[in-house]
Design a protein around this ligand. Structure first.
Ligand SMILES: C[S@@+](CC[C@H](N)C(=O)[O-])C[C@H]1O[C@@H](n2cnc3c(N)ncnc32)[C@H](O)[C@@H]1O
Length: 264
């Protein structure tokens, strides 16, 4: 089992934001429905339910994608995005600043706006998201304050998007990672936790990245130990098997949980 320091090094040295985007996020990748549309639609339904509100949202992400933030960009005034490598953070900053050479994320934005029936408004939506993202930070997987040395006021909402399961590879460290991000959330605030189920790896370029193999039951137990009450769970079974040699998850689980108590 790789240590958290080894995982951190693996990402620093081998996770290319651009190669990740090229591998998984283009129209012909064969993964569009399972990988982008269904997951983001589920997030649209969750955020539009009206129960998740506030001014601040903090997202913990593995990679450089932005589409999962689209459902939240009109609800929160301040979105902070945290990701694990300098390369991801720098690519996200370029995109938010609309700089030349930034990764072009217009394709998922267009598709998702079309699905919402607002296809012609994709540029507005993209700009709304750019304006809502106020900070892009690098998260430190090994620190109990994952944003150290920065301390943020507690946030109203956390979004953990394919984050914990990619880095914390055994159940005790997964719980510890969950508790660490939870310490940044207000009591009564909501966590939206997105995890790939029964996943053991994914490949970007030629590098294989490990993943904790967990099921929905374990996610529920960890959330309860971290002081949450589960409000809703959506399981999106994987239909498309085309990229199975690239990543072996069988479903994506999206859990909405409310922080009931501050445990540490
Ligand atoms: C690199 S992360 C996804 C990162 C996320 N898109 C981001 O930029 O923060 C990979 C993990 O998400 C899962 N996954 C789910 N949908 C995916 C997709 N469309 N593309 C890549 N990985 C996906 C993989 O199985 C793996 O567990």
């Amino acid at each position: 089992m790789q240590s958290i320091d080894a995982i951190k090094n693996l990402y620093d040295q081998h996770f290319s934001a651009r190669k990740h985007a090229e591998a998984f996020y283009h129209v012909d990748c064969g993964f569009l429905d399972d990988g982008v549309i269904k997951q983001t639609e589920a997030l649209f339904n969750i955020f539009s339910s009206g129960s998740i509100k506030g001014n601040t949202l903090l997202a913990f992400k593995n990679g450089p994608t932005i589409h999962e933030l689209l459902p939240a960009c009109e609800l929160f005034k301040e979105i902070t995005v945290s990701t694990v490598t300098d390369d991801n953070a720098s690519e996200l900053k370029k995109w938010v600043g609309n700089e030349p050479g930034a990764i072009d994320w217009s394709f998922p934005v267009k598709i998702l706006c079309e699905h919402e029936g607002n296809g012609e408004k994709w540029m507005e939506k993209q700009e709304t998201l750019r304006r809502a993202i106020k900070k892009i930070l690098r998260s430190d997987l090994t620190n109990s304050n994952p944003l150290a040395p920065i301390t943020l006021p507690l946030v109203d909402c956390l979004l953990s998007m394919h984050y914990l399961g990619c880095f914390y590879l055994e159940k005790n460290s997964y719980l510890c990672g969950l508790q660490n991000i939870t310490s940044l959330l207000k009591t009564g605030g909501y966590l939206i936790l997105v995890e790939a189920l029964e996943c053991t790896y994914f490949i970007v370029d030629t590098c294989r990245f490990p993943h904790i193999c967990i099921d929905a039951e374990y996610v529920g137990e960890a959330l309860s130990k971290a002081g949450y009450v589960i409000v809703k769970q959506v399981k999106i079974p994987r239909i498309d098997q085309e990229l199975f040699e690239t990543t072996d998850f069988t479903a994506v689980l999206i859990t909405v949980a409310r922080k009931e108590q501050h445990l540490h």
